[in-house]
Design a protein around this ligand. Structure first.
Ligand SMILES: CC(=O)N[C@H]1[C@@H](OP(=O)(O)OP(=O)(O)OC[C@H]2O[C@@H](n3ccc(=O)[nH]c3=O)[C@H](O)[C@@H]2O)O[C@H](CO)[C@@H](O)[C@@H]1O
Length: 342
């Protein structure tokens, strides 16, 4: 492959998990990868000192959306200065390929890839509604990959192999996992605590990812209820937690959603209502329309529908999930990139 490869993007786990899948695939092919992310958000927590990368850079960049006019101008100037810095890096490492997985962390390296004429930009958009950076830059990309875009050459999602390998067809609900996405979700924490007593009475074990900010409160509440739940703030072993569960309650972040499909784990999705363009709801809508998941808006959340869901035919759902996603998306995407950049 000509020149070096940069993977850029992040901010939250959903973007970073896709970056993770790309790095593994390029490394498998003996192609080193440089990562460019932000020092704000979760990028450092995921990739600092990660030996799989040839080099990692965490730039002091922040998002532009959701800021007042002055904040927007400041962020834009900052991104421009970091773009110039990235151009310097691109010359130093002879970068010819940039893969953006989106999020505010991707802005500087994405703009630099557009400015450098001999560099190709590839975008992976995870969500049903395109993020603002991708909207702005996609016309400059050689390819835009997304499960939700008709024009995408590869429609399956780059999910890590372990979610497939640890997948199994469920028969009955003995263990339930509650997942709040990479940052945890207050609404899911509260709902889990509300139904915990009844689940305990039904002899159903609880696994609960509560997120960093609410972890201690949640742990404390289970103790008060005298329930032995597997509660944690963030775990690097989500594939194992999924494997153990027979049913899941989750936010509908794109990476989690496709990992659950890969794992054949029937899920009750409660989308984050403030996600841009309501994308979490639309991430899950097609699966819901095909009878492959349950989907309920936070404001409609009620115990009756939840218990109806766990008592439904989860075996058929689990069986049908097995054909909802192919396991080779990341390899197919990398084939296209490598072929283009020979
Ligand atoms: C609030 C918000 O805007 N969230 C967005 C963010 O979600 P978020 O960052 O929560 O992303 P996802 O749910 O898509 O992915 C979270 C990732 O973190 C991993 N994980 C999670 C918890 C844990 O303890 N350990 C762990 O490793 C999961 O396995 C998954 O791979 O990015 C997604 C992908 O663009 C979007 O679809 C979401 O809408």
């Amino acid at each position: 492959m000509r020149g070096s490869v940069v993977v850029t993007g992040g901010g939250t786990g959903g973007h970073l998990k896709v970056a993770d899948a790309f790095v593994d695939e390029f490394n498998k092919r003996g192609i080193p990868v440089i990562f460019i992310g932000s020092s704000n958000g979760q990028d450092k927590q995921w990739f600092e000192n990660d030996k799989r990368f040839k080099k990692t850079y965490f730039l002091d960049t922040k998002g532009v959306v959701n800021k007042n006019a002055l904040g927007k101008v400041k962020s834009l100037f900052n991104i421009l200065s970091k773009t110039a810095y990235c151009l310097g890096l691109f010359t130093k490492y002879n970068v010819k390929t940039v893969i953006s997985v989106g999020g505010f962390s991707a802005a500087a390296a994405t703009f630099a890839s557009i400015a450098k004429l001999d560099c190709k930009l590839y975008i992976h958009e995870q969500n049903s509604v395109m993020g603002s950076l991708n909207k702005l830059t996609s016309k400059f990309a050689t390819e835009v990959f997304s499960s939700f875009l008709k024009s995408s050459k590869i429609k399956d999602y780059p999910v890590s192999q372990e979610f497939f390998e640890l997948g199994r067809i469920r028969e009955e609900v003995k263990t339930i996992a509650f997942f709040g996405g990479s940052q945890g979700a207050l609404a899911i924490n509260d709902f889990a605590l509300k139904v915990a007593f009844k689940l305990n009475e039904m002899d159903i074990k609880i696994i609960h990812q509560a997120g960093k900010n609410d972890f201690l409160r949640v742990k404390d509440e289970y103790e008060k209820l005298n329930i032995k739940a597997d509660v944690f703030d963030f775990s690097k072993e989500i594939p194992l937690k999924m494997q153990e569960a027979d049913f899941c309650v989750s936010r509908a972040g794109a990476s989690t959603l496709w990992e659950l499909c890969a794992n054949c784990l029937p899920t009750f999705f409660i989308p984050y209502k403030y996600a841009a363009g309501d994308h979490q709801f639309y991430n899950a809508k097609d699966l819901k329309d095909r009878g492959l998941c349950f989907l309920q808006r936070e404001e409609d959340l009620n115990e009756e529908d939840f218990f109806k869901a766990i008592n439904s035919d989860i075996h058929t759902i689990s069986k049908n999930l097995a054909s909802s996603i192919n396991s080779n998306a990341v390899s197919l995407i990398c084939n296209i990139i490598v072929q283009n950049n020979k």
